[in-house]
Design a protein around this ligand. Structure first.
Ligand SMILES: *Cc1c(COP(=O)(O)O)cnc(C)c1O
Length: 368
């Protein structure tokens, strides 16, 4: 056959640059003949605490039922979320990870002839989800590595249907205050869906956290997106959610797979949501980890971007080279050249030992 089968897909699909995930531990072990036990992975902003005993018990109990389809409406989890946020269950959309919710927004609201606004250095899924639908990306230059919200509001065009905002942002860790987000919501026309991605919300100190669910009443075009992958420690199970106006939730629910969230994920997330102590400990340990990484970077004479998430993005020079040297020492971090940050590496805050191992390996790699 002489035909390139790729050509059968639309040009906007073919031009998608694949998402670069953090390297799995098993892959590095295979490539370098290392023992998995000696590998430190600080590449995907996972929770080094793992999961709590109550969540584990819920998972064990759910295992007995996996021959059955999950509850496609996620009743128990939605009920728990509706109580937590004081909103109606019809205002909640569940996703196979919050990534799924972002995809649902793009499926429902984007397409050829439409555009979406997002910031330079913003989370990689925004350009991906925009491009996969054939929509035009309007990328607004960052300000001090963070979102320039005023410029983003001004960048909204006649054909703009979605505006993506990550707060805090990944991979920069930058943060915008509730006042600034509210100002953005007031500036953006109601016909534009504002996706406020708060994947790292649980890592913010109480005085910096926005009560974003309360904005839904005044701003029906808002979709607040949260996840169980980060502070709740459930990245491998894939579960997240969106809070929005019931009309938007209705459209998003029409385009999702009927059973998009699996039964174990539903049970685990419902249990994890109640485990306030686990989240509080994760928060406190993360703060210590951030300080350790920041102090370590400073001691090596390196700059870093002040972070409000569970990771620090450090300027190391030729990041692609340093990344490879770290791999040889059994340490996996995340190069962020694809985010137009070719001199930085993003490092997840791990346990004190993991952070120490990383800092020692970084020190050695810089001298190489
Ligand atoms: C990690 C992350 C997510 C998504 O994670 P899921 O595992 O799909 O829930 C969403 N947004 C940002 C900014 C993230 O960093």
């Amino acid at each position: 056959m002489n035909m390139d089968l790729c050509e059968l897909s639309p040009a906007y699909v073919r031009s998608i640059a694949p998402y670069q995930p953090g390297k799995p531990i098993s892959e590095l072990a295979r490539e370098f003949g290392l023992d998995e036990k000696n590998i430190v992975k600080l590449a995907s902003n996972e929770n080094p605490r793992g999961i709590g005993p109550r969540t584990r018990a819920a998972i064990d109990a759910a295992l007995g039922e996996i021959a059955r389809y999950p509850d496609g409406n996620g009743y128990d989890l939605k009920l728990a979320l509706s109580k937590r946020y004081g909103i109606d269950m019809s205002a909640i959309v569940l996703g196979n990870g919050s990534n799924d919710v972002l995809e649902l927004v793009s499926l429902a609201f984007l397409g050829p002839g439409r555009s979406a606004v997002f910031s330079q250095h913003a989370f990689a899924v925004y350009p991906l989800a925009t491009q996969a639908r054939g929509a035009r990306a309007i990328v607004v230059p960052a300000k001090d590595y963070g979102h320039d919200l005023e410029a983003m509001a001004k960048a909204v065009d006649e054909d703009t249907y979605v505006l993506w905002v990550a707060n805090p942002n990944n991979p920069t860790g930058t943060y915008a205050s509730p006042q600034r987000i509210e100002a953005l919501l007031r500036q953006v026309p109601e016909r534009v869906i504002v996706v406020l991605d708060e994947a790292y919300n649980e890592y913010l100190p109480a005085d910096l956290k926005a009560d974003s669910a309360k904005w839904l009443k005044r701003h029906p075009n808002l979709v607040v997106v949260r996840t169980f992958s980060k502070a709740y420690g459930l990245a491998g199970l894939r579960v997240g959610y969106g809070l929005t106006h019931p009309s938007i939730a209705d459209v998003l629910n029409r385009v999702r797979q009927p059973f998009n969230v699996n039964s174990i994920a539903l049970a685990a997330a419902t249990a994890a949501l109640d485990d306030m102590e686990f989240v509080a400990k994760s928060y406190a340990e993360n703060l210590q980890g951030l300080r350790q990484l920041e102090q370590g970077a400073t001691a090596l004479g390196l700059e870093y971007i002040r972070s409000f998430g569970n990771f620090v993005t450090i300027r190391v020079g030729k990041a692609a080279d340093v990344y490879k040297r770290l791999l040889r020492r059994g340490v996996i971090v995340r190069p962020v050249g694809g985010y137009e940050l070719p001199e930085h590496l993003r490092v997840t805050s791990g346990t004190p030992d993991e952070n120490e191992t990383f800092l020692a390996a970084l020190s050695a790699s810089l001298k190489e």
